[in-house]
Design a protein around this ligand. Structure first.
Ligand code: ADP
Ligand code: ZN
Length: 290
């Protein structure tokens, strides 16, 4: 019998599923549209049923908020998500009915953080802080090689921000308006400037504002968690010129308070690209199988 690991990166628009071997090596992968739990999960089960006899564990990273604390009743659930069909969905409960194997359950950003920690930009470090700037903003944290969770998981997208003095945009967050996500996610950039983020040229004021907010975030993460490396992923981070702008702002804001590695090695883009999440899920399945 070949031992296989199962991996699910459950995103708000699509699920990535895969089976594979040790070291994040993928045997077979698929993509499933996120609609309702009934419909989407039926396809998830169809995919994994083909390998049912060989799968010895699962690594699952989900959009959220989700229950991650095993001492709380909402463990394994997608909780109060704006996606109505998925509210209070017992993800792990449903998985366990089909597959009676160990499962590592965490957020979509934590699996990406773990992928980067083992095989990507964070592979030489024990403490990795990964942040995605896309449709939303969120962070996954690896401390001493383990996925970090507290009572719940971090929600860094909703940190309060000091505003750029020239920024009058009210912000897009339905809860706080001008939190980090409300000011800096892809849709916020697009709402502020009336253009797609990827159409704004490198000299556009948008990037000055963006770097100002992401540098503040990087500062707060550094002061709170003291990671070895700060990795940025997600669609907006594909703007390569942004990294140097964030480093410059960060250096100004930190003002020498903490001695850090060269910022070129400390604030970096993802290296596994869009595969960080599914590879991280596979690696976490391997970890939980032991
Ligand atoms: P999601 O967060 O939904 O998983 P992404 O990480 O791709 O997906 O984020 C989508 C957001 O990122 C959109 O607002 C999009 O406009 C923005 N985006 C995607 N590619 C780029 C790019 N190359 N430059 C700037 N913004 C981008
Ligand atoms: Zn918010």
């Amino acid at each position: 019998m070949t031992e296989l690991y199962g991996a699910i990166e459950a995103g708000g628009t699509k699920f990535a599923v895969a089976v594979g071997y040790k070291n994040g090596e993928i045997l077979k992968r698929g993509t499933i549209k996120t609609t309702t739990p009934e419909d989407t999960m039926a396809q998830v089960f169809d995919f994994f049923d083909q390998y049912q006899d060989d799968i010895i564990s699962f690594g699952i990273g989900s959009f959220g908020p989700i229950g991650v604390n095993e001492k709380l009743e909402n463990y394994g659930y997608i909780t109060d998500t704006p996606k109505v069909a998925w509210q209070n969905y017992n993800f792990i409960g449903d998985m366990k009915v089909h597959y009676d194997v160990p499962m590592l359950w965490t957020t979509d950003v934590n699996v990406a953080a773990y992928g980067e920690h083992i095989l990507g930009a964070g592979q030489n470090f024990d403490n990795v802080f990964y942040t995605t700037i896309g449709t939303g903003v969120g962070s996954g944290v690896i401390t001493r090689g383990e996925v970090y969770n507290g009572r719940a998981h971090p929600e860094t997208g909703h940190l309060m921000m000091r505003r750029h003095p020239e920024d009058n945009f009210e912000g897009t967050c339905p809860f706080h308006k001008d939190c980090l996500e409300g000011l800096a996610c892809g849709p916020a950039i697009e709402a502020r400037w009336g253009e797609k983020a990827y159409d704004l040229n490198e000299n556009h004021k948008a990037w000055e504002f963006e770097a100002y907010y992401l540098a503040q975030a990087a500062l707060d993460f550094t002061l709170t968690f003291s990671p070895d490396i700060m990795i940025f992923g997600g669609g907006v981070s594909k703007q390569e010129h942004l990294m140097d702008m964030i480093r410059d702002e960060f250096a100004k804001m930190m003002n020498g308070y903490i001695t850090l590695p060269d910022l070129k090695d400390y604030i970096v883009p993802v290296s596994l690209g869009d595969d960080a999440g599914i590879i991280g899920s596979l690696l976490l399945a391997e970890k939980v199988a032991r």
